[in-house]
Design a protein around this ligand. Sequence first.
Ligand SMILES: [Zn+2]
Ligand SMILES: [Zn+2]
Length: 663
Amino acid sequence: MSKSLVIVESPAKAKTISKILGNGFEVIPSMGHVVDLPRTRMGVDIEHNFAPSFIVAASKKKILSRIKSEAREADKIYLATDPDREGEAIAWNIREKLNRDDKKYLRVVFHELTPQAVKDAFSHPGELDTKKVQAQTGRRVLDRLVGYLLSPLLWRKIAGGLSAGRVQSVALRLIVEREREIQKFVPQEYWEIEAELKKVTRSPGHQVTGQFVAKLEKIDDKKIEIKNQDEAQQIVEDLKGKEFVVSDIKETEKRRNPLPPFITSTLQQDGFYKLRFRSARTMLIAQQLYEGIELGAEGAVGLITYMRTDSVNVAQSAIAEARRFIADKFGKSYLPDAPNFYKSRKQAQEAHEAIRPASVLRAPDLIKEYLTNEQLKLYILIYQRFIASQMRPAVYAVTSVEIKAGKYLFRASGSKLLFKGFTAIYDLSEEKEEKNILPPLLKDEILELIKLTPSQHFTKPPPRFSEATLVKTLEEEGIGRPSTYAPIIQTLTFRDYVRRLKGQLHPTELGFKVSDLLVEYFTEVINVKFTANMEEELDEIEEGNLEWVKVVNDFYGPFKIRLDYANETIQKEVVTTDEICAACAKPMVVKWSRKGKFLSCSDFPACRYAKSITTGIKCPQDGCSGELIERHSRRGLFYGCTGYPKCTYIAKTLPEKIADSEK
Ligand SMILES: [Zn+2]
Ligand SMILES: [Zn+2]
């Protein structure tokens, strides 16, 4: 029997597919891209239609030669890389490098690594989609141009070694702008008044009364604004002795629809909210689940569909399986008459699917012994969200009550769950539940006032981005795509433009400087609308409506004008300090490196004296004359001693008490 060669990206995927296809197929992992743009030069020929020079990386030479020798023996070569632009480009480049008989090459596309899906794909192989490859090439070239041409500006103005990216810079701008809003924010004081009320049941034997809380909303039919304690106190005085009467009761039924099955952005958000996973962690674990997990005697099985997607489509067979499961497990009352249908944000016509379990019959409990703790947690999340998406809505009885006390109007509301619906499996805990339970009330009923509680509040600044809210914003604004959300955040933190503190993204001083420079000179390029447009044009290339060279060329013209202007005008800024150089007594100036700022002699390079900028707090170690200095590692921020390596003192926080007593 003649042998067929199958090329995939990763060893885990190779193993899973190999088991499904059985004898007669040799499955080789390419370990990602075999060719890429060079590391040491731009590799884009601007003069000649931006032709990229893709080269074989040294680390990939061995793999490529193995693929080549296997390809010689094979009668058919199946390109089975992932079902997106990047997968298409990997496959395309491998074929280009092998450069052999075209008829031997077949593209197979599947969204899950299950026997059914893989066998289906292999019995209907197709051609490589050159439009997808073009879109990917366009993105690579754009990103290369921006990165390679912008970074030197940062070196000249701020410090060597810095880099700027096309999409990351927009994300950084969003984070920096938010931080400025927070800095500018002036909190406004306001007060609220709550009334604790009690139902008075006069009929004997029914002494039980319900207690609840109502909030003051209006005075003389106008929305209240209480600015300070005096005003609040006055109202409380005025309310004393007033009769509290139920003036209106509204009973409504509220339905809460299930959420669509996960796509990349929503999976990353729920991963953050419910599991506290960073975006990159969520994607890594999802990839493991997709590429295949060893399930004992069953061998390696792909547990979920492809994790990079912006489509909420679900295969008919998967919907049918979910509906049978829901009817069995929860009963017919939980099953909608017709399957729930969801619309993708952008009407995607491709055959992409949402992220769902490969089979709902593989319940988390049945396979948990084969999964790591993190894999299990993420699988449960994906599993429950998918089942829930095909269930009936939850139904609540909502009661809203208005209570009048003279010219004052209070409101209270309460809700009661009537039917669990999809919440029987999917936890909505990120939303605050209303704790207030209202007793049965009648119109014109007089209530007993137990207590009036005025409380002080302040308006709050907009919240900092978390990984979850940043991904949500990037998606809503149309910046980035499923494959780019996690790398954007990773890059910003890796370059120390942004730091994570308690789950929030804080720009560093370096981040501010880089963003300000880019916005000053490239505000038309480093902005949300422009970048979203660019993404759409890349989509258009994939649709076959645009040529990638035209898209890059249209971008490059105006970009070059800005670039030339920046190159002419940008100068290194010099910030002098009061400090005197210990070597030559000239003033010291502030300089930047990739690791942050430091003091350098103004006579550099004649005098090479430099010193760190410390916190000014003495090292608490006995006999050490050093000072504490801010440092950061992959694990986060810490404080070390300027006497390092002689003194190895480190601390997570500054020892403030010592600092105070020294002053
Ligand atoms: Zn000096
Ligand atoms: Zn020390």
